[in-house]
Design a protein around this ligand. Structure first.
Ligand SMILES: Cc1cc2nc3c(=O)[nH]c(=O)nc-3n(C[C@H](O)[C@H](O)[C@H](O)COP(=O)(O)OP(=O)(O)OC[C@H]3O[C@@H](n4cnc5c(N)ncnc54)[C@H](O)[C@@H]3O)c2cc1C
Length: 411
């Protein structure tokens, strides 16, 4: 093909993270022609905690991507001050009984390989830019000195950047977002079967941080260690993530017998809103659509689920797919994510955070409910106590929302 000429595919995907690869796998397996553009290389890394909840393991199972290297995880060790609770994942008929940890360079390579096996073509080291016609319709992308037209362009570009800006899919400025930093360290406890999360982080001035420090054992000799914080905290713009990381590392170093960080700790954003996630000829999925759980920072599952959904709706009817995608992804996630964002304003107030934590880990039952609610692991068919707590939180936080935003701690 000559430079400057054009090609057509049913679907063009920008970004080969979990979201983009999930959409490509699903669409290509059903016979659609799919081209994926990824500006990085095969086996690229992504700054992440590498934690997969049972919800994410379920989504991978649905895609039939179940890597052998994944280290099985049975639950969460929740630490708040001197209190430690060891929790099993909630039992539901909807999600598998276990989670996993798998470094992203391995997980994402498996997903991309599955997309290739399904018949999708992946163009590595190729940046793509959406092309918008005079009527505002996204008709394809410019990539590698060519134009690729498509019936649907799937924006799977991660935390908003240039491509998202072009179509107007940016973060909503007043909504919260997260920042997190991680590295890998060697530890004899790398085979531990629990994720560990310390919920009582403070900054150097002793201010309680809405967020957590984590140790996620990868089963390969290493542990993923990191800290994350929500933008709703007081002094967020001055928060020094490197210092926070160092102080958390120093706290857990002895109990996990940690080696020195294997690589320089790296930080990245966690988008939790998007002003638009569809338009004529395009949809945004995963982080590009702001689909990150504000209560725990999980985004892999939401990327996989939204990618599968976008592909399924396209296969059903390409014309109505963008609008139906927006509606259906909204039906599945919006209420929960909105509650999560409201919750993040609430815990941005240090005194509310401290008293909330006392309740959350006060008893085994309260901690179990906290895990189910925060992990969005409530089974709608058998919601039980966790479902009731989620519904109540939804109503109370909706009523308190205007006040919470007015009094937000970040000011
Ligand atoms: C420190 C940290 C820890 C986290 N821990 C967890 C965790 O433990 N569990 C969890 O579930 N989630 C976690 N998350 C969130 C998770 O990493 C993201 O939600 C997830 O990566 C979203 O997947 P995605 O496919 O939407 O985007 P990404 O994984 O970001 O992939 C987007 C891809 O698009 C490519 N791209 C962008 N623009 C272009 C372009 N114009 N052309 C071509 N390619 C392009 C990028 O190179 C990238 O490969 C964490 C996030 C951070 C920052």
């Amino acid at each position: 093909m000559e430079p400057g000429s054009s090609e057509h595919r049913d679907i063009v995907v920008i970004g080969a993270g979990p979201a983009g690869s999930a959409a490509a796998i699903r669409a290509a397996r059903a016979g659609a022609s799919v081209a994926v553009f990824e500006k990085s290389h095969h086996g690229r890394d992504k700054v992440c905690g590498d934690g997969l909840t049972p919800r994410a393991v379920g989504a991978l199972r649905e895609l039939k991507v179940e890597p052998d290297e994944a280290h099985r995880i049975d639950g969460l060790r929740m630490i708040a001050g001197k209190r430690t609770r060891e929790l099993a994942w909630p039992t539901t008929s909807r999600f598998p009984a276990h989670g996993a940890v798998l470094p992203r360079r391995i997980l994402d390579a498996h997903l991309a390989d599955a997309a290739t096996e399904a018949g999708a073509e992946i163009h590595w080291s190729t940046e793509a830019r959406p092309v918008i016609d005079d009527h505002g319709r996204v008709i394809g992308v410019d990539a590698g000195e060519r134009r690729w037209t498509a019936d649907l362009v799937v924006l799977a570009t991660g935390a908003p950047g240039a491509a998202a800006r072009l179509v107007g899919a940016e973060r909503i400025p007043d909504e919260p977002f997260g920042l997190a930093i991680r590295s890998y360290v060697e530890s004899p406890r790398h085979l531990d079967r629990h994720l560990e999360a310390c919920l009582t982080l403070t900054d150097e001035h002793g201010v309680a941080i809405p967020g957590y420090g984590w140790l996620f054992p990868a089963g390969d000799g290493t542990v993923n260690i990191g800290v994350g914080a929500l933008s709703t905290m007081k002094g967020f713009t001055r928060l020094n993530l490197n210092r926070l990381f160092e102080s958390y590392y120093a706290t857990v170093r002895e109990s996990w017998d940690l080696g020195e960080p294997i690589e320089r700790p790296r930080a990245w954003r966690l988008p939790m809103s998007a002003s638009r996630r569809h338009g004529p000829g395009w949809v945004a999925i995963g982080d590009a659509a702001g689909l990150v759980n504000p209560m725990n920072g999980e985004g892999i599952d939401y990327g996989l689920e939204s990618g599968i959904l976008a592909a399924d709706l396209f296969l059903d009817d390409p014309v109505t797919a963008p609008a139906r995608y927006d509606r259906e992804v909204g039906d599945r996630f919006d209420a929960f994510l909105r509650t999560g964002r409201r919750f993040s304003f609430l815990i941005g107030h240090p005194w509310i955070l401290r008293s909330g934590l006392r309740v959350a880990v006060g008893t085994q039952m309260a901690a179990d409910i906290t895990l189910a609610v925060m992990g969005n692991l409530v089974d709608s068919e058998t919601p039980g106590m966790s479902g009731r707590v989620l519904r109540l939180a939804d109503r109370v936080l909706a009523a308190a929302d205007p006040l919470l935003r007015r009094t937000r701690a970040a000011r």
